[in-house]
Ligand binder design. Structure first.
Ligand SMILES: NC(=O)C[C@H](N)C(=O)O
Length: 376
């Protein structure tokens, strides 16, 4: 009898222990995410089994509204705040715990290097947070590629960062913003997306920030990586990659965490366009206005009129301004043969961004050449 009671007591004790352990594991599971730096109430909805993804909003057409469903060019940019964008896609709650941070609400033609620096520092802090699994930033599409490339060069983390925008305002019939946002968050929440740098999620496709550009001013399928191709696609909203994770050759990280204050802008770099009968005095004006570097969007492999070239070389020599040569063609490689430092595979706008970061880092002309012409 005594023996039987002892067995029953032992059984009850063990069962209680199991229940307590299970409860502790469950509680630990929920509190681990909830206990993060963010109050759970900051999330639109919260499920401890889902990853935490932060959405940084900057404005653009994705946050724009027009007066009618067919208005796709004359609309108000930046009419909607980040919470509105999140609330418009309740399906986000099945994918991730999303939290919105409004960085700005402007058309992307008004983004400047000071805003880029601040946003990069904000996103980096978020990625360093163990409770955050990925980040998304919404942005106007016109200069999306510059911001995405800047983030690619300055952020350091295995976690996914996804750039997203829309070609149609939120009020348009068949607005593309909500689906683009859902795929972007799905990508940022997906473990297969780790170690791939900053990506773009536009029109059911995944592109690398280094190579994907806006190739059409109006159409929904505006973004392409003409030469290098996409990284993957979305099937429904699930990201499917073509290849395992990799970073492009020539990728280099620029640490902007310490040397820049939030008030500071990056060194001034101008872009000039190459054409028949190019007027060289435009370069002189850019130098006189304080440019530390000039990128020429030259013809073909970076060519421009020989007389203009010689004149500009003399000015550059006297002033110490770095002249870079890129191409006005949609894709291709530019080396040093047409003069200046060739931008390699980078288009003029990306060449400008990388040169700004090189100048900020204090690199010499020789070091700048090495950054752009890796492997040559
Ligand atoms: N589709 C867009 O987002 C274009 C807009 N003008 C912008 O870049 O802000």
């Amino acid at each position: 009898m005594l023996h039987g009671t002892r067995i029953i007591i032992m059984l009850i004790g063990s069962a209680t222990l199991v229940v307590i352990c299970a409860w502790l594991v469950a509680v630990q599971g929920t509190t681990q995410l909830a206990r993060g730096p963010h109050d759970v109430s900051a999330f639109r909805c919260f499920d401890s089994r889902l990853p935490n993804v932060t959405i940084f909003a900057t404005g653009g057409t994705i946050a724009g509204t027009g007066s009618s469903g067919k208005d796709m060019s004359n609309y108000q940019i930046g009419a909607l705040g980040v919470q509105h964008l999140i609330d418009a896609v309740p399906e986000l709650c099945n994918v991730a715990n999303v939290r919105g941070v409004e960085v700005s609400n402007v058309g992307s033609h008004n983004i400047n290097s000071n805003m880029l620096v601040r946003m990069s520092q904000q996103i980096q802090r978020e990625l360093d947070d163990p409770y955050t699994q990925g980040a998304v930033f919404t942005h106007g599409t016109d200069t999306l590629e510059e911001t995405a490339f800047f983030m690619d060069l300055t952020l350091q983390s295995s976690k996914p960062v996804v750039a997203v925008g829309a070609m149609r305002p939120a009020t348009a019939i068949s607005a593309d913003g909500p689906m683009n946002l859902l795929t972007a968050v799905s990508l940022a929440a997906d473990h297969d997306a780790w170690d791939r740098g900053v990506m773009l999620a536009m029109n059911d496709r995944i592109g690398a920030a280094r190579f994907t550009s806006k190739t059409n001013a109006n159409r929904v399928d505006a973004f392409m990586a003409v030469e290098q191709g996409y990284l993957g696609v979305f099937e429904n909203t699930k990201p499917i990659f073509f290849y395992p994770p990799a970073r492009p050759l020539g990728h280099r990280h620029f640490d902007i965490s310490s040397q820049l204050t939030a008030q500071k802008s990056l060194p001034k770099v101008e872009i000039l366009y190459g054409y028949q009968e190019l007027e060289p005095s435009l370069f002189k004006s850019a130098i006189d206005l304080g440019a530390k570097g000039i990128v020429l969007a030259g013809a073909g492999g970076g060519w421009w009129p020989t007389a203009a070239r010689q004149q500009v070389d003399a000015w550059a020599e006297a002033s110490g301004v770095i002249i870079m040569t890129s191409s006005r063609s949609l894709s291709g490689y530019v080396d040093d043969s047409s003069g200046g430092i060739g931008c390699g595979f980078l288009d003029p706008q990306r060449c400008r961004v990388q040169l700004q970061l090189c100048l900020e880092a204090g690199l010499s002309r020789h070091e700048v050449r090495k950054v752009f012409q890796f492997g040559v």
